[in-house]
Write a new protein. Sequence first.
Length: 390
Amino acid sequence: MKQNHITGYFEKMLDNCYDYVENAKKEGRPVVGIMCEYTPRELIMAAGAVPVCLCGGSADTISCAERDLPNNLCPLIKSTYGYHVEKSNPFLEWADLVVAETTCDGKKKMFELMGEKRPLYILELTQKTNDREALGHWTAELRKLKAELERRFSVRINREKILRATEAMNRERFLKRRLAELMKKDNPPLTGRQLLDLKSIISCIPEDLRQYEKILEFLENKQEDPRGDARVRVLLTGTPLVHGAERVMDIIEKYGGLVVCAENCTGVKPVLEDVDIKEKDLIKALAEKYFRHPCSVMTPNDSRFGQISSLVGEYKARCVIELVWQTCLTYDVESFYVKKLCREKLGIPYLKIQTDYSPSDTARIVSRIEALFETVRARTSINLLALPGE
Ligand code: SF4
Ligand code: SF4
């Protein structure tokens, strides 16, 4: 494997997923669409079904979504809904069921419209992180999801099936954690964008796991480049960068940054913790892992701030950039605390970027990021002229 072939297999990620689902369908396996990291894929896999992430990352489907949805809605919701209207996402067209997670209000209400034409199951997410009854309610919600999958697909989900699915998901999380940890090196062997591209919209495809292992074997044994790395180490937080919506990361890395850690749902957040397979009641174990997932739809969401603090230290980030998709109120409001954390506790520069899927504000984002990196360099006295290859 050569360095420039690392992401080769994953460059065809959508084609790989297409083939996988096509074969699964031939074998009679159902497809279940999901749109949030709170949904335990383990339960869907235990039902013999294929969980597919349906989050839309394309600007092209937004205008038709705006015929039904308000213009001032998060682009991720509009893009996903646009695919539904256009019937242009094969995975959504294949879906025998869509799990509608009650996370933010926009997504919740969009699902109502989608549910007029597609089979939908509402998974109610409780939002009070410190409330024991909320965890109890969430556990009951997962039991109801299991019962719904059993009823709809005429299967029996027993402990053995949940265990097998959970072990597979834990394995995938472990491999992805190790990949992410490569970025802790002084001279990481990947860019943030390359790491982001090592992903799939379907979890636990056996070939994906083999590829993760191969890449790890190559990169973990690779000699670290002894030359200094003058790129500004960035921790990226906030809303997810779903497939097709990676523009902000590309700008960061094109203008002198290196995203060493993406603390969001398309980064390390979902893989930092495994499910405890020693727990007798595996639904309870699943509920506990997913209940602790620190998303801004939760209140309070203090564990996110502890996580950001630890990750900034572990990955030696020199600044924090927060991406907030336009009209994402929960991340937008919560950015108050992230900024405060960076300025008052971590003592590093913070920048919030609010944008959508349109490239119209790229020049404005570039100048703000350049200004941020100037500040960081001024603080750390990094000499830009020392950039390798320049
Ligand atoms: S950011 Fe929150 S709502 Fe969005 S996928 Fe992640 S957990 Fe779900
Ligand atoms: S980015 Fe924010 S508004 Fe958009 S779907 Fe996620 S939580 Fe909802």
